[in-house]
Design a binder for this molecule. Structure first.
Ligand code: AMP
Length: 482
């Protein structure tokens, strides 16, 4: 991931460069190399960048470079979809801005607005926040936009998906006409392109190589099981990889507490993070996870979006991600900055097509592994699609058995990285982009058959209960496709 160019060569000054070196950051990542000179130049930028590729510093470094610390006014505004991501960005602002005397303030929903207003009186140079709260503060004229020269929207697709689009538009409108706009996300769709076209001025597009949507250091694997055995398979996957830290994604918000307690019962230090939990609970759980007190974080897509957890080697989808875009964001929590990571999905036989779809859409190799007698291997080499569910000899294997085979994270990586049918005791079956496309777009739900039609509808209704608006819309959209 490193290049020959250094930060000084991109226009970053000595003091920031020194601060970066102190944190072991010496060579810019590709997105930084491309974006930093453009943002320093004052260009509007739309950057599509792999998650974990260093995109926060790609916009933050030029912002810190351009801010005049003597001018006690807000000069840059950064919008993020979630409270956690916003606070994560604030931490980076503090880490690198301190040396230059640049101050920043987090303005997130769920926190006391009164305290935020008090802190705004100290005129921080950078505000980082969620669109709803920022808009509220602008409306009550406590957040002054007249000196804001750069507005960044991080994870712009999620900001829009969560209904923050109108807030973002109002915020942009409240700034001066010649403000610089920077949009970043791992996934950029047509809607974002057209908003960029409308709001930006002769914007530069910083892209990734076509097809390279996820960090290449991630091994994408999946395990096929019966629906009722998913949690038990999860247990064995977690034991197998022995990852000190992992995130387990759950599709159904109502299922999250159950998964949390089952994992705790199985002996894992696990806690759940809910999108609608209060701020204190969410930050306590995250702090425990970051510090290593927790092994497993059970999360929904919304709650975990954009989180940067150091040394997170394993991400497990207890159900397949809703679509390829969601898959990118889930697996992007691991394999950050070129580090190794595993993204594992636990699926039923009927959800196999979703893996094929992800493989086709994202041009990644997804390998089926089976945990058997303490080893990760495929049940059989590529076999024709069968209508009957395959019954696997998937008896739980003990920790000991996995240990004795040395099938920890490193070994599984080696196996899964290989394109061969069998390596180092692991046999892998791959879905690659050359395979037949899925019958319909992957929505994260298998197409119901006549046999289970009614039950499926009941289950879908039940699933949508209490789900966030965007998720319901997504699910309804999925059923409309039929
Ligand atoms: P991000 O994609 O912004 O969430 O960054 C992912 C992680 O990579 C963060 O922990 C950063 O501190 C780290 N990072 C960012 N840029 C670099 C770099 N050029 N070299 C090494 N690590 C970096």
């Amino acid at each position: 991931m490193e290049t020959n160019v250094n930060f000084l060569g991109l226009g970053i000054g000595e003091s920031l460069n020194d601060a970066l070196s102190r944190y072991g950051i010496t060579a810019p990542s590709p997105v930084q190399e491309q974006s930093i000179p453009l943002i320093l130049e004052g260009r509007d930028v739309l950057a599509q960048s792999q998650t974990g590729s260093g995109k926060t510093l790609a916009y933050l470094l030029p912002i810190l470079e351009k801010i005049n610390p003597e001018q006690k006014e807000m000069q840059a505004l950064i919008l993020a979809p979630t409270q956690e991501l916003a606070m994560q960005i604030v931490r980076e602002c503090e880490r690198y801005g301190e040396e230059k005397g640049i101050t920043s303030l987090g303005l997130i929903g769920g926190a006391a607005i009164k305290r935020q207003i008090e802190k705004l009186r100290r005129h921080p140079h950078i505000a980082v926040g969620t669109p709803g709260r920022i808009n509220e503060l602008i409306n009550v004229r406590k957040l002054k936009m007249h000196n804001v020269s750069t507005i960044v929207v991080d994870e712009v697709d999620q900001v829009l998906g969560l209904g923050g689009g109108s807030d973002v538009q109002r915020i942009i409108k409240s700034a001066k006409r010649d403000r610089q706009l920077v949009f970043l996300s791992a996934t950029i769709n047509e809607e974002i392109h057209s908003i960029a076209q409308r709001e930006m001025n002769d914007h530069a597009i910083v892209g990734i190589e076509p097809g390279q949507h996820t960090a290449s250091a991630i091994d994408h694997v999946y395990f096929v099981t019966e629906e009722r055995d998913k949690v038990d398979t999860l247990r064995r996957v977690l034991r197998h990889y022995k990852a000190p830290r992992s995130i387990v994604f759950v599709n159904d918000t109502e299922q999250i507490a159950e998964v949390e307690s089952k994992l705790e019962y199985m002996g894992f230090r696990a806690r759940a993070i809910y999108g609608d939990a209060d701020k204190v609970t969410r930050s306590t759980v995250l702090a425990q996870f970051r510090s290593g007190k927790l092994q497993v974080l059970v999360a929904t897509d919304v709650a975990a979006r954009g989180l940067d957890i150091e040394d997170l080697n394993l991400v497990v989808s207890l159900d397949p991600a809703f679509d390829a875009e969601f898959y990118v964001h889930r697996s992007g929590r691991t394999g950050r900055m070129g580090k190794k990571g595993v993204s594992a999905s636990i699926i039923t036989e009927r959800e196999r097509f979703i893996m094929r779809k992800f493989s086709d859409t994202l041009h990644i190799s997804l390998k089926e592994l089976v945990l058997e007698s303490g080893e990760a291997r495929t049940a059989s080499p590529a076999k024709p699609r069968s209508k009957k569910p395959v019954v696997r000899n998937d008896k739980p294997v003990g920790d000991q058995a996995i240990n004795s085979n040395g099938a920890g994270l490193g070994n599984a990586n080696t196996a899964a990285s290989s394109n061969q049918g069998q390596t180092n005791g692991f046999r892998t079956q791959e879905h690659t982009s050359s395979e037949a496309p899925a019958r319909r777009p992957a929505t994260g739900k298998a197409a119901p058959t006549k046999r289970d039609g009614k039950a499926k509808v009941r289950k879908a209704d039940q699933k949508s209960k209490g789900a966030p608006k965007w998720l319901k819309a997504k699910r309804n959209g999925a059923s409309d496709e039929k």
